[in-house]
Design a binder for this molecule. Structure first.
Ligand code: COA
Ligand code: ZN
Length: 307
C-alpha cells in the first residue's frame, strides 16, 4: 500500500455554490452517497451562510443531519459568523471551517468585514469551536492571488496563517481561490507554510482556471502535503471572486495519485458515476480531463461493438 493521501471533496460546497440551478437536498445527498461509495471519506459538506448571499446553500440545516455514513466520514461545514456557528451546531456539525481572505477587498466583497475584523471574528469562531470540543480548519483564501488586489506577499499568508493557528485551527488550508497560481509560486508559498507549521497541518485547495491545478498539486505533494481539496467533475467557483473557475477535479487528482502509487482509498471508476450525477443535477457538462478520457474510451468501445 502506498502512502496515504486525503482527498477532501468540496463539490457539495465550493462546487455547487456558484451553480444557478438550485440542487434539491435529495440530489445533494445522492451525489454525496455516490462519492462515499467511491471511497471518499472527507468532505466540506455545506456552508451555514446567508441564503441571500448564497442561495444554493439555503438547505444546509436540512442536509447536514442526513449526510451518509457519518460515523466513518469527516464532514465539515463552512461558516463566517456567530449565526452560522449556531445554525451549524443545531444541525450537529462537529467540524467547522472558516475562510479568511488574504486581502482587504476580498474580505469586504465576500463577508463585508475588513481584514482586521475578519481575523478577530473568524479567530473567535475557531477558538469557540475548539472550546466546544470540535475540529476546526481555517482557510487562507486568495493566498496565491486576489481578484481585486493581485499578488499576495508570502509574508502576508504566513502572518494570517499564524493568527489562525494561534486561534486553535487544527488545519490550515492554503487556497488558490481564483486559480492564479503557477508551480513556482505554489512552491514558494507551500514550502514556506510547511516550514512554519509542518506538512501535516497544511491542506491545499486549487482551482483549475488555467490548467495549473494538477501541477500545483504535485508541487505541494513534493513539499510533503498529504491533504487536498478537490471537486467532483471540476465543479466550482466563488460568486464574489471574479474570474474563479472550477476547482481541480477530484477524478483528475485521484487518478494521478493512484497511478503514482499513493493510497487515496478512492476507486476512480466510482467517481465516473458521481460525475454523471453532478451533470444531471446541475444541467452542466462537467468533467476534468479524466472524464473526457473516459468518454473517449466509452465511444471507442461503443464503435467497436457496433462494427
Ligand atoms: N446564516 C443565515 N442567515 C444569515 C447568516 C447566516 N450565517 N448571517 C447573516 N444572515 C442573514 C441575517 O439574518 C440578515 O437577514 P435579514 O436581511 O433577513 O435580516 C442578513 O443575512 C444580513 O445579515 P448581516 O449580519 O447584516 O450580514 P451581512 O449582510 O453583513 O453579510 C454574511 C455577512 C457573512 C452573512 C454574508 O456576507 C454571507 O453569508 N456571505 C457568504 C460568503 C460566502 O459563503 N462566500 C463564498 C464562500 S468563500
Ligand atoms: Zn475554492
Amino acid at each position: 500500500m502506498g502512502e496515504k493521501v486525503i482527498i477532501n471533496e468540496v463539490g457539495l460546497r465550493d462546487g455547487l455554490q456558484i451553480q444557478p440551478k438550485f440542487v434539491p437536498t435529495e440530489g445533494k445527498l445522492e451525489l454525496c452517497q455516490a462519492l462515499v461509495d467511491a471511497g471518499v471519506r472527507s468532505f466540506e459538506a455545506t456552508s451555514f451562510v446567508s441564503p441571500k448571499a448564497i442561495p444554493q446553500m439555503a438547505d444546509s440545516a436540512e442536509l447536514y443531519p442526513q449526510l451518509p455514513a457519518k460515523d466513518k466520514v469527516y464532514y465539515s461545514g463552512l461558516l463566517f459568523n456567530e449565526k452560522g456557528y449556531e445554525r451549524a451546531m443545531a444541525a450537529g456539525v462537529k467540524s467547522v471551517a472558516v475562510a479568511l481572505a488574504s486581502t482587504e477587498k476580498m474580505n469586504m466583497a465576500n463577508i463585508r468585514m475588513t481584514l482586521d475584523e475578519a481575523i478577530t471574528n473568524l479567530g473567535a469562531l475557531i477558538t469557540r469551536a475548539k472550546k466546544d470540543g470540535h475540529d476546526a480548519r481555517a482557510y487562507v483564501s486568495t493566498a496565491l492571488g486576489c481578484p481585486y488586489e493581485g499578488d499576495v506577499p508570502v509574508k502576508v499568508v504566513l502572518d494570517l496563517a499564524a493568527k489562525l493557528a494561534e486561534a486553535g485551527a487544527d488545519k490550515i488550508a492554503i487556497a488558490d481561490t481564483i486559480g492564479s497560481a503557477h508551480p513556482k509560486l505554489t512552491k514558494e508559498v507551500v514550502s514556506a507554510v510547511v516550514k512554519e507549521f509542518g506538512a501535516d497541518k497544511i491542506v491545499v485547495h486549487f482551482h483549475d482556471t488555467r490548467a495549473m491545478g494538477l501541477t500545483n498539486a504535485w508541487v505541494a505533494l513534493e513539499e510533503g502535503v498529504r491533504e487536498f481539496d478537490t471537486s467532483i467533475g471540476g465543479l466550482g467557483g466563488c460568486p464574489f471572486a471574479p474570474g474563479a473557475a472550477g476547482n481541480l477535479a477530484t477524478e483528475d487528482l485521484v487518478f494521478m495519485l493512484n497511478e503514482s502509487g499513493y493510497d487515496t482509498g478512492i476507486d476512480v471508476r466510482g467517481l465516473r458515476k458521481a460525475v454523471a450525477i453532478a451533470e444531471r443535477l446541475t444541467g452542466q457538462q462537467l468533467g476534468g480531463r479524466i472524464t473526457q478520457w473516459w468518454l473517449s474510451q466509452e465511444h471507442k468501445k461503443a464503435a467497436e461493438a457496433a462494427e
